[in-house]
Ligand binder design. Structure first.
Ligand code: GDP
Ligand code: MG
Length: 737
């Protein structure tokens, strides 16, 4: 063992764990995942009075029963890693309820200190808490703090270091659970102790309690460890359960919770809490809620806030986005000048710089968006949004919290499904979570926008804003209906009952916002640097190899030579200004001719590439939706990242390289091309909106859903759905045009 003390921060969601964590560790922190699951693990170090501490911010939990992934993770960490000390962060303005978790730590017998956080809020509500008395009654230190301002932090850490030494062998707290359960516990305890059943991790009584609570994780562990003893215990539990069932019409689990609350209540009654006598005073939060969750005003405010977020994200990020583009444009220029023509240059420019640059260009947007979302989240407003939308979302088999994943994915146009898919982690109910995760990619993410903008500019230039608005609504409609479809086919089952929490409104801290924003942005950048680079190179290879056959390449060389030979002898004497003008016009015409030959060669090479052959082979089917082989290639490229569609269309239409942001001549070229019409454009927009998510999102879906099966499912399901919709648009539209 090394002698660095590990301190775990535990507590209910929103109690202030992360705020305290940030205050303790500052920049010395690191975000990762708990092994094998998608729950975030935050670790950091801090120094106190010369001792170095390792601090871990555990996920927020209300209980230590294995109801949710967070709870399992927090519990496993506490019993397996055995931190030297756990600080239980308690929201003092909501003390009674928060002590429910504290009690379970006491029962688990781990060394803990209670941090009575949010003392400022409690005081402003006229509450006075007798920390000394509480500490006496619970038998562990209870230190008042204000995590946000840092008040009381050093007292807390001092108490923590002392407790870490003093409590190493603290006896687990024993609560009475009423006669029936107590006697069952007494019967089970000796069996557990004698067989040393799971005793290296859990206290015997605790294991017995978990058996009574029917905790699936412990039941599974028990069966694996010692089936015989497990069977014995299960039989006892079965007997008690049916007894309680018939005599009290309830379950042991509920009875246990009742007794825990009773225990806390009896502690609270001993003058722990005093209220100033102005109980008719309404809390500020409730006043704000009167307006913000009002039936009529609420949705109006919500729309305003969301529009504000959208405006903030896009208007303010414009300048840094410009810098990013300039940087990668400059890099491209340097590579263009510094490398000899050929494969390497094409790889560096089209594969590496364009691929990474295209994704990095979104970094400022993502930063601004996450900053805005962090404000909504930290202030408590996002919970109101979820609350208001919950009833509507339930109709579609989702949950009010799904809205956040949708918005992050591009619900107001311009997000990204990668963070969107990750945002589903806040959903506790597994089925709603899966349905959200599979439908979030239907939103109009930032990479689809350049494609939409291009097609709208080419065919519907007069109604740009209106069409964007309609497409946003369409994305929501399809996502919700698809969710409904999934919930009645592939993801069936009752929706999980879940009480929505409305945390009080709070002013977010700048530090918290910046850290939040940075973490999320960094996750995105890491992806861009690795997965996307690989895929971008792969797609580049698919669109480059095998290149033109020799004879065809030869033919282009001959064309070039022929064109150059047609130029009049250069050494002619220039006598008049007229002659000079004529000459330079000829030179220009030649250059144009050569350029056009280059472009034709690029187009021919693309058609002959792996992607081109694929696109050509698919033309038979894709014609049903109005797509020719060129569009098909672009759609294949779009799997790497949807913005690639624009640049690929540029190449396929002999325009050479096209920058997705400044597609210049491409709209006119498309509008003038024979295979194109507004109807084809519409059909393509619909397809791009709904077909397979880009590769990075597929990877994220697989990871979040816990199986590659769902990643593959989303590719297939979305593509089939999108194709169906596009064919419908094209065929039905064709009847009217
Ligand atoms: P976590 O879910 O436990 O990690 O909670 P956070 O650390 O994210 O805190 C939730 C909210 O409470 C944030 O908006 C914090 O700024 C706020 N907060 C945390 N500690 C305090 C405090 O002591 N006083 C007040 N007024 N707000 C706090
Ligand atoms: Mg937190």
């Amino acid at each position: 063992m090394n002698d660095t003390l590990t301190v775990a921060l535990a507590g209910n969601p929103n109690a202030g764990k992360t705020t305290l964590f940030n205050g303790l560790t500052g920049a010395r922190q690191h975000v990762g995942n708990y092994p094998g699951v998608t729950v975030e693990k935050k670790e950091g170090t801090c120094e106190f009075n010369g001792d170095k501490l390792h601090v871990v911010d555990l996920p927020g939990t209300y209980s230590l029963t294995a109801y949710s992934l967070e709870e399992v993770v927090a519990r496993d960490f506490l019993v397996q890693e055995r931190p030297g000390l756990t600080i239980d962060i308690v929201d003092a303005s909501n003390l009674e309820r928060n002590l429910y978790l504290a009690l379970q730590f006491l029962e688990l017998g781990i060394p803990i200190v209670i941090a009575l956080n949010m003392m400022d809020v409690a005081e402003s509500r006229g509450m006075r808490i007798n920390a000394g008395k509480l500490s006496d009654l619970l038998g562990v230190p209870a230190v008042p703090v204000v995590a946000r301002s840092g008040k009381g932090r050093s007292e807390l850490m001092e108490a923590a270091l002392l407790a870490a030494k003093a409590q190493q062998n603290r006896q687990p707290l024993e609560i009475s659970y009423g006669e029936d359960l107590d006697s069952a516990l007494e019967e089970m305890e000796p069996i557990i102790t004698r067989a040393a059943f799971l005793t290296d991790t859990y206290p015997a009584r605790w294991t017995a309690l978990k058996y009574l609570e029917a905790d699936t994780q412990i039941l599974d562990k028990g069966r694996a460890a010692n089936p015989e003893v497990a069977g014995q215990l299960e039989k006892i539990v079965e007997r008690v359960t049916s007894h309680i069932n018939t005599t009290m019409e309830t379950y042991p689990e509920a009875l246990i919770a009742d007794h825990r609350y009773g225990y806390i209540h009896s502690i609270m009654k001993q003058d722990i809490l005093q209220r100033d006598d102005n109980s008719d005073r309404m809390y500020l939060s409730d006043k704000i809620d009167k307006v913000l969750t009002n039936r009529l005003l609420g949705p109006a405010c919500m729309l305003l806030v969301l529009m504000g977020l959208y405006h903030f994200t896009f208007a303010y990020s414009e300048v840094p986005v410009g810098w990013c583009e300039a940087l990668f444009g400059w890099l491209g220029g340097v590579a263009d000048a510094g490398l000899p023509d050929g494969l390497l240059k094409s790889l560096v420019i089209s594969g590496v710089i364009d691929g990474v640059g295209g994704v990095m260009g979104f970094v400022p947007i993502i930063m601004f968006m996450f900053f805005g979302i962090s404000i909504l989240e930290d202030s408590g407003y996002l919970a109101r949004v979820a609350f208001m939308l919950d009833r509507i979302f339930r109709i579609f088999g989702l949950h009010g919290s799904s809205v956040m994943a949708y918005i992050v994915s591009g619900g107001i146009a311009g997000g990204c499904a990668v963070p969107g898919v990750m945002a589903t982690r806040t959903l506790r109910s597994p089925r709603e979570r899966l349905a959200t995760l599979l439908t979030a990619p239907f939103m109009n993410c930032g990479a689809k926008l350049p494609v939409m903008v291009l097609l709208i500019a080419a065919f519907f230039a007069d109604h740009e804003a209106l069409i964007m608005f309609v497409l946003t609504l369409l994305a929501w409609a399809v996502a919700l209906l698809a969710a409904r479809l999934l919930r009645s086919t592939f993801i069936t089952g009752e929706s999980t009952p879940f009480v929505m929490e409305l945390p009080p409104y709070r002013l977010p801290t700048v530090k918290g916002l910046l850290i939040h924003t940075w973490e999320r942005t960094w996750q995105y950048i890491k992806k861009a640097g690795t997965v996307i680079l690989g895929i971008s190179i792969l797609v580049w290879a698919m669109m480059t190899f095998p290149g033109l056959p020799d004879e065809a390449a030869q033919e282009f060389v001959q064309q070039r030579t022929a064109a150059s030979a047609a130029q009049p002898a250069a050494a002619q004497e220039i006598d008049t200004a007229e002659e000079e003008a004529e000459l330079s016009a000829e030179a220009e015409a030649l250059q144009e001719k050569l350029d056009s030959i280059d472009k034709q060669e690029a187009e021919a090479a693309l058609r002959n590439s792996v992607a081109g052959r694929f696109g050509t082979a698919l033309e038979g089917i894709s014609k049903l939706a109005g797509f020719d082989w060129r569009t098909n290639i672009a759609l294949v490229g779009g799997f790497a990242a949807k913005e690639v569609i624009v640049s690929t269309l540029g190449t396929a239409y002999s325009l050479g390289e096209v920058d997705p942001e400044e597609s210049g001549a491409l709209p006119e070229t498309l509008a003038a091309s024979p295979g194109w019409s507004p109807l084809v454009a519409l059909s393509l927009i619909v397809f791009v909106m709904f077909y397979a998510p880009c590769f990075v999102v597929v990877v994220c879906i697989a990871r979040e859903a816990g199986s590659w099966k769902w990643g593959a499912f989303s590719m297939a399901f979305n593509t089939v759905l999108a194709f169906g919709l596009s064919v419908a648009v094209y065929q039905v539209g064709g009847l009217f045009m």
